[in-house]
Design a protein around this ligand. Structure first.
Ligand code: CP
Length: 312
């Protein structure tokens, strides 16, 4: 098994189909590992991974840390709030000092778009984007695709509807690029105030009416509505958003019985998604979380170059 075409994972825009397929296929064997009693393999023994989180995270941070531990890597967790960032140290100085302690790979989340790319310019480590501003969250989209692929056995010729804040959602962006590369039909739905300028350039069907968007959907991936944005006047009131865009059982009645409900978390229950939908048999929300570990193990493994050393 050869390396991916890049030594970093900064986003899914422009990532070739062969790379995405390789990650998903590799994740299948790691998915089996995490179901074992002893959920650990020696694959990344001797590799040191820095988890550099400048923004809050539950799923992504814990999932990466567990993925690293299950691969036997050494892990270091950085938190901006307890670091010398508080004393004014720059990002470049922070990462170069940590790298001087012999770090091989960095998983980074930051509120600013482009920070993962910036790190590739000032560090030798492999860089993995764990969410940068409104830009991309590639491992979330990869685990979303893995979950869909495991259920349907394919990604092509499926209609995937992404509902929410299209303008600010890095999860939506990474899903668009990845799903389109893999041959899925992608539809976007959200308030017109939350459509980015030139939204049509994504090459997706774009809706402001959720009932029209859901027509013929195989997968409905519901995004968190960022309640903090309500102050900026881009959202109608929370109640109006729920009335117009909230995913309820009633709205899903007309879909094929085998439809799938997804959400990357954290959820606002009763706002963008009704609890009875989130907890229904069609929901794979917790499967997404479990699969995330396997997908992140695959990404770490494939970027590390260990498969070449092993002659795989
Ligand atoms: N899906 C996701 O990125 O969740 P966290 O913010 O908890 O990592």
């Amino acid at each position: 098994m050869s390396r991916l075409s890049s030594r970093h994972l900064l986003g899914l825009e422009g990532v070739p189909k062969e790379d995405i397929s390789r990650i998903l296929e590799t994740a299948v064997s790691f998915r089996e590992v995490i179901d074992r009693t002893i959920k650990k393999v020696p694959t990344l023994r001797g590799v040191t991974v820095l988890n550099l989180f400048y923004e809050p995270s539950t799923r992504t941070r814990i999932s990466f840390e567990l993925a690293e531990k299950r691969l036997s890597a050494d892990t270091v967790n950085f938190s901006a709030s307890t670091s010398s960032v508080k004393k004014g140290e720059s990002l470049r100085d922070t990462v170069q000092n940590i790298e001087a302690m012999k770090i091989d790979m960095v998983v980074v989340r930051h509120r600013s778009t482009g920070v993962p790319y910036f790190l590739t310019q000032c560090m030798a480590a492999n860089i993995i984007n764990a969410g940068d501003g409104a830009h991309e969250h590639p491992t979330q989209a990869l685990l979303d695709m893995f979950t869909i692929w495991r259920k349907y056995g394919r990604l092509d010729n499926l209609r995937v509807v992404l509902v929410g804040d299209i303008k600010h959602s890095r999860v939506i962006r990474s899903n668009i690029w990845g799903l389109q590369t893999m041959g899925a039909s992608v539809a976007l739905c959200g308030p017109s105030t939350l459509h980015p300028v030139e939204v049509e350039k994504f090459g997706c069907d774009v809706y402001t009416n959720v009932d029209e968007a859901l027509d013929g959907a195989d997968v409905v991936n519901v995004m968190r509505i960022q309640l903090e944005r309500q102050q900026s006047g881009l959202l109608p009131s929370q109640r109006e958003y729920t009335n117009l865009f909230g995913i309820t059982k009633d709205r899903l009645k007309r879909l094929n019985k085998n439809y799938t409900i997804m959400h990357p978390g954290p959820m606002n229950r009763g706002v963008e998604i009704a609890s009875e939908v989130a907890d229904s048999d069609n929901s794979v929300i917790l499967d997404q979380v479990t699969n995330g570990q396997a997908v992140r193990m695959a990404v770490l493994y494939l970027l590390s170059g260990r498969q070449e050393e092993e002659g795989m």
